[in-house]
Design a protein around this ligand. Structure first.
Ligand code: AVJ
Length: 359
């Protein structure tokens, strides 16, 4: 049986702290509301996709200049990210996958049977497949992602391969997602959040605590969160991982300039900017910037932005944690750090955080 939930009028402004469910109405399916037949539900909360033009104009006018990393992931950028994950220097994906495999029996034992798994940000599908195979008769899997297209493709295919699990999608921005819709997490086991990849590293520590606090409410008493966090390590390893020799990370970063040209009609010199990534020790994060080589201008719809030689546009933070630092963030959000695993080289950590029964 499928349930279909469509949003209210599209012109409703998104309110930051209002429960999304306010905007949700059950409507008779319209053609545009169809979704992959193997999926149990597609709850489309019509997330604010961001306004590339407004954000670029504001980010270029700001000091320091910055742009949200969410704009990396257009079709080209997502393919470049896959290439990054495949390259030798970017240890993150490979290490986490191997670790997940090693600890899968532990995770299954901690989680228990008939779990409801909620994934924050749907990736390429490899990690969730591994988790669903490892767990004891998982009841349900809901993937939450800002891209409905990506959900349809990735999760639709997954649902065909796991017919015994109730599988659905929530199209939403996880940084602005507050309550699990009623139709989600109906299995009798624990609710287990899943956020691999150290995606949380893109957030500042305060934002991370805020996000984890929301997740804790969504998992509810007795729930848990399985989350990947990249570890602090030898700077040379980080330097190499964000400056791969094949240039995939550089292309990923520079793709933002292509998007500005193609989508906003920006006038700029692509060759006048370079990829610049380094470990900021004090902030405990890898930063990516686009750095001007010589004086550069970017012109968009009559607005002219001048970069002096060496001036940058800050495009991403990727925070790195010690185990204690990450557990501290989790505690601040109300989680109980129950278990943590790392690979033998201590490159990456996976945390099992639980919500107290009375919490
Ligand atoms: C997907 C945010 C975890 O920070 O390592 C990879 C993105 N940026 N190379 C990361 C990224 C440059 C990645 N995250």
């Amino acid at each position: 049986m499928s349930s279909l939930i469509a949003p209210g009028p599209a012109f409703l402004p998104q309110r930051l702290f209002a429960p999304h469910t306010d905007n949700v109405a059950r409507l008779f399916p319209e053609p545009s509301d169809r979704f992959h037949p193997a999926l149990e539900y597609m709850i489309d909360l019509k997330p604010d996709q961001g306004n590339f033009l407004a954000d670029v104009l504001a980010g270029l006018a700001d000091r320091p200049r910055s742009l949200s990393p969410k704009y990396f992931y257009d079709r080209v950028g997502s393919a470049l990210f896959d290439a990054i994950c495949d390259c030798d220097e970017y240890y993150v994906t490979r290490t986490e996958m191997a670790l997940l495999q090693d600890i899968s029996a532990d995770i299954a034992a901690l989680t228990g049977a008939h779990a409801n798994v909620i994934e924050y940000g749907a990736g390429s599908g490899w990690k969730i497949r591994l988790l669903l195979q490892a767990l004891d008769q998982p009841a349900e899997y809901a993937a939450l992602d800002i891209s409905r297209d990506h959900l349809e493709h990735a999760v639709g295919a997954l649902a065909q391969d796991f017919p015994a699990i109730r599988i659905g999608c929530i199209c939403a921005d996880f940084t602005r997602f507050h309550h699990l819709p009623d139709d989600v997490a109906q299995g009798k086991g624990r609710t287990l959040g899943f956020m691999p990849g150290s995606t949380i590293g893109n957030l500042d520590p305060e934002q991370a605590v805020h996000f984890l606090g929301n997740v804790k409410e969504q998992m509810g008493p007795g729930g848990a969160l399985l989350i990947g966090a990249d570890l602090k390590k030898d700077h040379a390893i980080l330097q190499a991982a964000y400056n791969d020799k094949a240039g995939h990370t550089a292309a990923f970063n520079l793709n933002l300039l292509k998007r500005m040209e193609q989508e906003l009609g920006a006038k700029l010199d692509q060759g006048g900017f370079a990829h610049h990534a380094f470990y900021n020790e004090q902030a405990g994060r890898v930063e990516m910037h686009l750095i001007a080589e010589g004086t550069q201008t970017i012109e968009i719809e009559g607005n002219r932005f001048t970069f002096q030689d060496g001036e940058t546009l800050h495009t991403e933070n990727s925070h790195k944690f010690t185990i204690a630092e990450f557990q501290d963030l989790a505690r601040k959000a109300g989680f109980l750090p129950e278990k943590v695993w790392t690979d033998a080289k201590k490159l990456f950590s996976i945390h099992f955080l639980s919500v107290p029964q009375d919490g």
